[in-house]
Design a protein around this ligand. Structure first.
Ligand SMILES: [Zn+2]
Ligand SMILES: [Zn+2]
Length: 280
């Protein structure tokens, strides 16, 4: 987050875009006419961060103006002495990933993502430094933008979600964001896997189960049958198991690719509980 401010400032100071090709900053600049926060100071802060994105890869440091109606399920969480009231919400659009020059549109990711909203008490005092301070305070990896509650007129900074238990980003949040990307078709099993993932706080992912597509297994061989749990198979698992979260690539690092694993048939999916899994 410190680098966010430094790179934004350095590049803003030398703003003239020297990029030969299309860059994110050029697109952002063309788009200035399509939004306003209604507050010159806030517009300027957002624009400065956008003009610093001189590449045509993924957007890292640009803030954006986020219309309040793009947020839903807005819930008050807590109040802290330093930065006041904190809310949580879901963001329909999700955050900017990059400008797609071929198709002339903006690619976003993580639709309906959870975000944290922090009220800015004095819009006139909003600076990148203040936003940075808030981000550091909340241990946020990303600041996405600024919005305004149309009723209270409060401006709010939108940050990435943090875990209420750990008070920072943890594995549980990374797993939660990925829920929409997998589903096995059985509600009980989905819920069961999700619960183990939501319990994987801090850096411990050992107890988190995951949904493993059958196509990720090969050389599946029948081994034996036992009285209590029935047929047992062995196989190789292409991906290997989750090791830890890689913040640079925003993905899981896995280890032991092609590892041997044991497969055990579950006769009654509705009866799956953690007690049962432990017994297996
Ligand atoms: Zn440029
Ligand atoms: Zn946590």
């Amino acid at each position: 987050m410190d680098s966010f401010i430094k790179s934004a400032k350095k590049l803003v100071n030398s703003y003239d875009c020297n990029c030969d090709n299309e860059c994110n900053a050029k697109w952002f600049k063309r788009n200035f006419k399509n939004w306003t926060s209604g507050n010159n100071n806030i517009d300027k802060v957002i624009q400065d961060t956008q003009l610093s994105e001189h590449n045509n890869y993924s957007v890292k440091n640009a803030l954006e103006w986020i219309p309040y109606d793009k947020l839903y399920d807005i819930k008050y969480i807590t109040e802290d002495n330093k930065f006041g009231k904190v809310y949580r919400a879901n963001w329909i659009d999700g955050c900017i990933y990059k400008w797609d020059n071929d198709n002339q549109n903006l690619i976003r990711k993580d639709q309906n993502m959870f975000v944290i909203l922090k009220i800015l008490n004095n819009p006139a005092s909003i600076t990148l430094e203040l936003i940075n301070e808030i981000a550091v305070f909340y241990k946020a990896y990303e600041v996405y933008g600024i919005t305004q509650d149309p009723e209270t007129k409060n401006y709010m900074v939108i940050l990435d979600d943090i875990c209420e238990k750990c008070n920072e980003m943890c594995n549980s949040i990374h797993f939660q964001r990925n829920f929409k990307n997998w589903i096995n078709g059985n509600n009980d099993i989905d819920k069961f896997i999700q619960n183990t993932q939501l319990s994987a706080h801090y850096y411990n992912v050992r107890n988190a189960l995951e949904w493993i597509p059958y196509g990720k297994l090969y050389d599946i061989k029948y081994i034996t049958e036992d009285n209590k749990f029935g047929k047992v198979y062995r196989a190789n698992w292409i991906d290997g198991c989750i090791y830890k979260w890689d913040n640079d690539n925003q993905n899981w690092i896995r280890k032991d690719q092609n590892m041997f694993v044991i497969l055990k048939i579950l006769n009654n999916p509705a009866s799956i509980t953690s007690e049962f899994i432990n017994k297996v």
